[in-house]
Write a protein that binds this ligand. Sequence first.
Ligand SMILES: [Zn+2]
Ligand SMILES: [Zn+2]
Length: 355
Amino acid sequence: MNSKETRQAAKQTTHERDGWKCVVCGIPGNSETLSDHHLIERSLWASEENDGYICANLVSLCSSCHLKAEQTLISVEELREMAGITEIVVPEQFYPETQLTKWGDEILIGGRRLKGPLFDEESVQEVLREGRVLGFYDNRFKYPRTFHMPFSPGALSDDKKLKDCSQFEGKEVVIFVKIDGENFQVYSDGYMHARSLSKPNHPSQAWAKNYLSQRAYLIPEGWRLSCENVYAEHSIHYSNLDNYVYLFAIWNERNEVLPFDELVEWSELLDITLCPVLWRGIWDEEIVRNIYRSKYNLDDMEGWVSWTTHGFHYKDFHKNVAKYVQSGWSENIKHGGIHWRDKPVIPNRLRERKQ
Ligand SMILES: [Zn+2]
Ligand SMILES: [Zn+2]
């Protein structure tokens, strides 16, 4: 974390940049009366060297404009513009192109909001309630960004990589096969969406939607499932799938992922195939570094994803989940050839069952 002196220096530089005035209403002030407001909340800047005390994340505000900014009545973009900030910096867990509130809630086209990592916190609830903006929030959650393992060969320059594996040390993990499909969230009210909520439906989703809608009534109220829809070929053509939908996480009404053992029980109860597990055990970097094989069940394997098994809150996702992608696959998947959304649907194949 930054030292007190670094923070003081950032604050000083910010006020100087802003001419010792509130960037919104122009009222002049001093170090006592002007706040150094964080465009994106401090606690979301989790990394060691950056805790959000950087000028591109700070603006000078008077007390009344500060309150409005905290209540999200003035947007991050407006504040950036008023302060003349052209550099867009957001905490690593977010994508720079995503429009966010100060509290890390994604803002959709049209102004509806998804609940972000800090939404449940009492102080945040209070601020949003006072700002009368709670009505903008949908009870939907974006599936979080998964960081790469430090030794993941497939990490591209715009991917986020863990510096080391210390966050897993001493913890039990389960390592899932990474399936090259589409991330799919299913809610207790039957609503489903892919990673991006703004993309239109796609014909390759029909099978999964039908399959999952028959099971949604079993999902407890306020819970949601994270699944992979693998009906259509993306970069890998599968010939030996157990199912077109794989379950890999369940979130409860407090936005916590269930411990792995409970996930296993629920996958049986819901009758949704669990994502294949490569290994489970207390984190051992030696073992984990050597766990990748090019094939799983005779099909190509893109990589794997490691999850701690104890369960955790949505806001701690990046501290508990990380992936390994074999080089070649990410380039293929992200930048190579025609994107699967633009191709005709080629169904993957289920494994032939012996009679
Ligand atoms: Zn002001
Ligand atoms: Zn503030």
